[in-house]
Design a protein around this ligand. Structure first.
Ligand SMILES: CC(C)(COP(=O)(O)OP(=O)(O)OC[C@H]1O[C@@H](n2cnc3c(N)ncnc32)[C@H](O)[C@@H]1OP(=O)(O)O)[C@@H](O)C(=O)NCCC(=O)NCCS
Length: 205
């Protein structure tokens, strides 16, 4: 969940990019459009390499967390996860850091603590590749499922995870408001209030 440093103050870094004009989009300025399957955001087909994070990736991991959340401690599932101590998998395109999936075991399931792709690389299959890497990690560790927590405003994430077979199983209503003691503006300015938890089964061996 987003943890703005001060209530009502939006993080300045753009989370998205307009697929039509390539304008950088802070969270509250992003909008959704419904299209047919053929006319969605054009795929840029970046060729990403996915690998386990190394000690030397620490700075890049801190930077992407800082840009998305403002910190590397992430609150979800009723606890705080330290991304720097988590199981981190990185996507690179031509040697450039493009995205991160950060994983931790929580109550016997593999929890996605962070999944974030830099705006330049979104829509090119990197999020899907990182999600597949997480599913394989759950299978290799014989964990039954992969779970993720997002927020009520995050329509792109709710779309993305459900398109990949995740099913909502729990809503912690109002928990984000309680956490910040304020109602913060999220995607497209939608008030961020609730934590929505989704899960899907890990693939079989
Ligand atoms: C949600 C997210 C992980 C998806 O990753 P991605 O690499 O863009 O996703 P993929 O290319 O694998 O999949 C694209 C699918 O997800 C959907 N999608 C969700 N968010 C999208 C985005 N921002 N751009 C393009 N497609 C997006 C597409 O509609 C597409 O669905 P379809 O298969 O039905 O056409 C990514 O958009 C993201 O990181 N969002 C959070 C914002 C963020 O952290 N930004 C970085 C700030 S530094």
């Amino acid at each position: 969940m987003d943890t703005h440093e001060a209530a009502g103050v939006e993080l300045p870094y753009p989370h998205y990019e307009c697929p039509s004009c390539r304008k950088e989009l802070p969270l509250t300025e992003a909008r959704m459009t419904v299209t047919c399957a053929e006319h969605g955001a054009p795929s840029r087909k970046a060729r990403a390499k996915v690998r386990d994070a190394r000690v030397t990736d620490r700075g890049a991991i801190e930077e992407i967390c800082d840009r998305v959340w403002g910190e590397t401690d992430i609150d979800a599932f009723g606890r705080t996860f330290d991304v720097l101590a988590a199981d981190n998998i990185i996507a690179e395109v031509d040697g450039e850091f493009a995205g991160l999936i950060s994983l931790a075991i929580d109550h016997g399931e593999l929890a996605i603590v962070v999944l974030s792709v830099y705006p330049d690389y979104q829509g090119s299959g990197i999020g899907t590749t990182l999600l597949d890497a997480a599913a394989n990690r759950a299978r290799d560790r014989r964990l039954p499922s992969v779970k993720v927590a997002t927020t009520n405003d995050d329509i792109p994430a709710l779309y993305f995870y459900q398109r990949h077979g995740f099913v909502m199983y729990e809503i912690e209503a109002g928990t984000v408001v309680d956490h910040h003691n304020a109602v913060l503006p999220g995607f497209a300015g939608i008030p961020v209030r609730d934590e929505i938890r989704l899960r899907r089964s890990a693939p079989c061996e």
